[in-house]
Each structure stands twice: as structure tokens, then as C-alpha cells.
Design a protein around this ligand. Structure first.
Ligand code: CO
Length: 164
């Protein structure tokens, strides 16, 4: 495994809509593992492929370190070609992003979502998520459409997030 370079705001790859993943092979699974390692090394809860310079629709999410152990679901999700098929409710909370170091802001997101995606082994999956997991998935899927949270956030601050 290897750590990848995280692209930061201003890099054009972060503004570009990503292409669907066509081929899931061992090489791609290695790439997913590298993304995950990079995310954990940076203390992140999610990372999307364009954040490491690869314009493909894939992301990793693991909020287990931040949700107070409340989640009874498995921790790491490798999501390929994810699509949100249902949204419910609305909640505003503070967010940050590995590509926007030291910036935090309030973002309105759906409270509950259903997401459909392909697993790292090519299986179709459906996940119902709420709380931080739902927020994180919505944030990562925005990356796949070339959107950064700082473009939609309110009350952007530099420094530590409000809830920490
Ligand atoms: Co981000």
C-alpha cells in the first residue's frame, strides 16, 4: 500500500465531474486500499478518488472513529459508482474536507439517505444511512460531481471545527 498525494482546492481535478468506473480488478482494489490508507493517515472520515487526482466515481467512507461508537454497521465502505436514490429530512452541521485544510463550515444535507453502489468485488449494494455516515456519503458524492463543500457552506471558519 502507499500514501497518495491529496489534491487541495484550486486543483482543477477537484472541479471536474468524474467518469464511471468501468473495470474493477485487483489493480483498482489496490488503488482503493491506497485511498483508504491515505484517508486514515490524514484522520479523515471519507475520501473521494478525485482528491488523489483520479477522476473516477469511487470513494471510501469510515466514520467509526467519529460517531462515538454508535454505529452498529461495518466501518469501512468502498463505494464504486454510488448513486443516492432516496433523501429524507434536512440537517445542518459543521464539515471539513481533506482538500480544504483548516476550513470548516455549516452545510445543509439530507438527514437520511439511501445509496446504491458497487462493492470492491463488483456486487450491487444498497445502504440506508443517517447521521454522520449519511453526511459523509453526501459530501463524498459531491466530490464525484466536481463540487467542494466550501462552495455550498455557510459560516466558513479557519481552525478547529465547532463540535470538537
Ligand atoms: Co471532501
Amino acid at each position: 500500500m502507499a500514501l497518495l498525494e491529496i489534491k487541495t482546492a484550486g486543483d482543477p481535478v477537484l472541479k471536474q465531474p468524474c467518469a464511471p468506473v468501468e473495470k474493477i480488478d485487483k489493480r483498482f482494489r489496490n488503488f482503493l486500499d491506497d485511498m483508504a490508507e491515505t484517508m486514515y493517515a490524514s484522520d479523515g472520515v471519507g475520501i473521494a478518488a478525485p482528491q488523489v487526482g483520479v477522476s473516477l466515481r469511487a470513494c471510501i467512507v469510515d466514520v467509526s472513529a467519529r460517531d462515538g461508537g454508535e454505529s452498529d454497521k461495518k466501518a469501512r465502505y468502498d463505494m464504486i459508482n454510488p448513486v443516492i436514490t432516496h433523501r429524507e429530512g434536512s440537517v445542518v452541521d459543521n464539515e471539513g474536507c481533506l482538500s480544504c485544510p483548516n476550513l470548516f463550515g455549516d452545510v445543509e444535507r439530507a438527514e437520511k439517505i439511501r445509496v446504491e453502489y458497487i462493492s470492491r468485488f463488483g456486487k450491487k449494494k444498497i445502504l440506508d444511512a443517517d447521521g454522520l455516515l449519511a453526511r459523509c456519503i453526501q459530501h463524498e458524492l459531491d466530490h464525484l460531481d466536481g463540487k467542494l463543500f466550501i462552495d455550498i457552506a455557510q459560516n466558513i471558519t479557519k481552525g478547529r471545527p465547532k463540535h470538537e
